[in-house]
Design a protein around this ligand. Sequence first.
Ligand code: SF4
Ligand code: F3S
Ligand code: FES
Length: 248
Amino acid sequence: MSYQGSFRVWRGDDQSGGLVDYRVEVNEGEVVLDIIHRLQATQAPDLAVRWNCKAGKCGSCSAEINGKPRLLCMTRMSTFTEDETITVTPLRTFPVEKDLVTDVSFNYEKSREIPAFAPPEGVAPGDYRMSQWDVERSQEFRKCIECFLCQDVCHVVRDHEDNKQHFAGPRFLMRITELDMHPLDAADRREAARTEHGIGWCNITKCCTEVCPEHIKITDNALIPLKERVADRYYDPIVWLGNKIRRR
Ligand code: SF4
Ligand code: F3S
Ligand code: FES
């Protein structure tokens, strides 16, 4: 069974743009990305959209549907009514390149600011040993497909361009947590988490967790534990004393 659906798609570039109305055929079982592809094929051949796997695994097709950050390929048309107008816009937090494609290099810059896994000296890769519990704990974080929906929704940068310089965003604070929890990582991650990557700016709104397509408990399992670790490091009198003595 098919019907003509109403869509409003943002068209434009880094200079100007606006919403354009379209009527597009919708068939049973389709997702929003199918509609965008039909729109390209039948009415708007120059419409720019980024996608790759159409299976919710590459993280490329991130956009906003009715103002909410979503993967276009994982948003079923059956979740809308036939008379609803569906608005598709680019991620708001990143600069637009063209139509639904944004420049997400902010995220790659933040990624590069985090030093890589640093094993202790003298332990060769084949000799790494860690408990199953530690393996499982970081496994959740490694499900991340780098769709950057969490980065897009977080109000710390969504509404405040100036904050981008001082805030890594939930995806990369989660990466720091993963490394800090790794029993073989010898680097001190906590000082940088506080001073360079802005963990203190997160006020636990949990919007990042709500939009994550991999259902990673970003706030509860990464951001809150990182806040606690940073607090332990700086404000726990025993840890503080230990650090002072060690530094001598
Ligand atoms: Fe996407 Fe979730 Fe990874 Fe954020 S943590 S980039 S929302 S998969
Ligand atoms: Fe932002 Fe997530 Fe914290 S949305 S404020 S990073 S809980
Ligand atoms: Fe790969 Fe949507 S196309 S996640």
